[in-house]
Design a protein around this ligand. Structure first.
Ligand SMILES: [Zn+2]
Length: 222
């Protein structure tokens, strides 16, 4: 089980808050990679958190801070040269340690693959419980990188294939994708029956779909 689950509902990284008389909220990244938010006293913590979450990638990108998104959270990537090879996460940082750049990339890719397997399989097992009253048996979960879909269902072999890239997206969205593919074990197309089952097993599915923003990402939903 991945340690990312515990932080699923807290996507906001730590930031230093500075009060200002100016209108609105602004945010910057210091040379040391720390986030500083400037807001006036009328801004609530909720407003500021929402702003930080929405603009985080953009601010990091401008500051040229290497980041990676895991389960919807942004992590700053720190590379450390060392004799042992491993990847760890600590608060908002993802630390890669290895002897050189090539080994760092290798150990990072291994970390992504291992997490994709663990987390996507765990999520699938948990989602399966929602299907207890339906006549399906737990399908085999396959994971690979795909370029044009988030998931594929193979009823003939009782298996689903999930896109390994899902590990960059929020857990609630991944749960929706798994649910969608499970329903295809019962219904091959997006008929009204498909949506009847979806509404029953995941009443908040529309909100989960809205967790991904671009149309490009949405068109992979099949
Ligand atoms: Zn579908």
């Amino acid at each position: 089980m991945s340690n990312f689950f515990s932080k699923d509902h807290n996507n906001i990284p730590k930031y230093a808050l500075k009060m200002t008389k100016q209108k609105g909220i602004r945010m910057r990244v210091t040379a040391r990679g720390e986030l500083v938010v400037h807001a006036n006293p009328f801004c609530t913590k909720e407003m500021i958190d929402k702003y930080v979450e929405r603009h985080l990638d953009e601010v990091y990108f401008k500051a040229k801070v290497p980041t990676v998104r895991l389960f919807g959270r942004s992590f700053q990537v720190k590379k450390i040269k060392g004799t042992t090879s491993h990847v760890t996460t600590c608060e908002d940082e993802l630390i890669i340690q290895a002897k050189d750049e090539a080994s760092m990339e290798k150990v990072f890719q291994q970390f992504l693959r291992a997490n994709a397997k663990d987390v996507l399989c765990d999520i699938s097992e948990m989602i399966f419980y929602r299907f207890q009253e339906y006549s399906i048996t737990m399908p085999k979960v396959l994971i690979r990188k795909m370029t044009s879909s988030w998931g594929i269902c193979h009823p003939e072999t009782n298996s689903i294939t999930l896109n390994a890239e899902l590990i960059h997206y929020p857990v609630e969205f991944i749960e929706y994708v798994v649910c969608h593919e499970f329903i295809h074990l019962l219904q091959p197309n997006h008929s009204p029956v498909f949506y009847d089952i979806l509404k029953k097993v995941m009443p908040d599915y529309k909100r989960r779909i809205d967790l991904i923003e671009t149309n490009n990402e949405k068109q992979y939903l099949m």
